[in-house]
Ligand binder design. Structure first.
Ligand code: NAD
Ligand code: TYD
Length: 357
């Protein structure tokens, strides 16, 4: 029988995917309470939630997932019956220059959240309970030219980011195996869409093209990613939360593989027309830079289990999704200016300094 949550705790709901999930979840479940716990790092922005902030069932709590007392009080006070755990440090490049915060948030913070959730679930104050760990295909490591990640692929993370996500996934598994806690684990491919922070490939390229800045492509540009629209990811998460059997793991993917250089060329061409620039002008901004250390060559998800068991499939074609995303960034330049001010500029200058090949 399907699980029907009445009061959910979303962690990291002020970030890219969490905010998109809250938007769609509230639309689909107007009677369910949604508490958003987010400590608002550089990647979290309450403007991402302006459309839902006055919804009667929505509450924002500024705080850290590693604060056990705070987590315990939220779980009890709001009689939370599902935790959907997005909060994380999420950028591979930042994990290479500073891994410590990745372990603190993604591993230790997740453990605190799990432990407080276990106590709350075992207290019996709610009739049923789910803990959904949002993870990434990057925990599986890197593929060659062929093959796909399935849920049975052994974890072999290569970056401090993916290692910290794999650590949390293992803890989630252990809480199910050891305590029988009703956990769920999803592993998704690269997302794109509105509210994506412009340090990741697609929004960075859009932002730099608009501002006629160089477009830094790492290495030979032939690394492959499988792109999924963030709203398709949000729909998949809701499906797994309500329908999946406790203890299960589901891959989520777009069946939409692109070489980085092809994506960058496409974004350049789509923006030539929209910005009234001559065809090919934006491509002249492409600059090949030093490769990312340990750069995974190819990610590709086999999401057939999710389709077979729960009937989920992506609704967006890439053609539609990328065009809408570019138009969203053009229409939301104020948001972009806000999130790329101050610390972003320092990060950007430091990260790309001397990176030109
Ligand atoms: P994001 O970096 O945009 O947002 C992360 C959010 O978590 C921010 O709002 C931040 O303030 C919050 N946060 C960070 N540390 C916290 C803490 N200690 N306590 C409370 N809040 C904290 O990330 P995203 O791209 O939205 O990713 C969300 C989740 O999805 C992550 O777990 C990530 O690993 C996973 N994921 C992301 C992608 C992708 O393509 N972006 C793909 C697959 C999986
Ligand atoms: P990213 O958006 O950081 O996601 P992930 O590393 O989690 O897949 O990067 C996507 C791909 O784009 C990855 O192969 C690295 C590459 N990339 C660049 O070539 N240049 C850039 O400036 C960035 C941020 C990424």
């Amino acid at each position: 029988m399907a699980f029907s949550p009445t009061s959910i705790l979303v962690t990291g709901g002020a970030g890219f995917i969490g905010a998109n999930f809250i938007h769609s979840f509230i639309t689909n479940n107007p009677a369910c309470n949604v508490v958003n716990l987010d400590c608002l790092t550089y990647a979290g922005n309450l403007k991402n939630l302006a459309a839902v902030e006055n919804h009667p069932g929505y509450r924002f709590v500024k705080g850290d997932i590693g604060d056990a007392a705070l987590v315990a009080s939220i779980l009890a006070e709001h009689r939370i019956d599902a935790v959907v755990h997005f909060a994380a440090e999420s950028h591979v490049d930042r994990s290479i220059s500073g891994p410590e915060i990745f372990v603190r948030t993604n591993v230790l913070g997740s453990q605190v959240l799990l432990e407080e959730s276990r106590k709350h679930w075992q207290s019996g104050t709610v009739a049923d309970f789910r803990f959904l760990q949002i993870s990434t295909d990057e925990v599986y490591g890197s593929l060659g030219d062929t093959g796909y990640f399935t849920e049975e692929t052994p974890l072999a993370p290569n970056s401090p980011y993916s290692a910290s996500k794999a650590g949390a996934d293992m803890l989630v598994r252990a809480y199910h195996e050891t305590y029988g806690m009703p956990t769920l684990n999803t592993r998704c491919s690269n997302n794109y869409g509105p509210y994506h922070f412009p340090e990741k490939l697609i929004p960075l390229m859009i932002h730099n093209i608009i501002n006629r800045k160089p477009l830094p492509v790492y290495g030979d540009g032939l690394n492959v990613r499988d792109w999924l629209h963030v709203r398709d990811h949000a729909a998949a998460v809701e499906t797994v939360l309500k329908q999946a059997a406790p203890g299960s793991v589901y891959n989520i993917g777009g069946n939409n593989e692109w070489k980085n250089i092809d994506i960058v060329n496409l974004v350049c061409d789509l923006l030539d027309g929209r910005l009234g620039r001559p065809t090919g002008e934006n491509r002249s901004l492409i600059t090949f830079v030093k490769d990312r250390p340990g750069h995974d060559r190819r990610y590709a998800i086999d999401a057939s289990k999710l389709k077979r068991d729960l009937g989920w499939e992506p609704a967006y074609t890439f053609e539609r999704g990328i065009a809408e995303t570019i138009d969203w960034y053009l229409a939301n330049q104020e948001w972009v200016s806000e999130v790329t001010s101050g610390a972003y500029r320092e990060y950007y200058a430091r990260h790309y300094e001397g990176a030109a090949q």
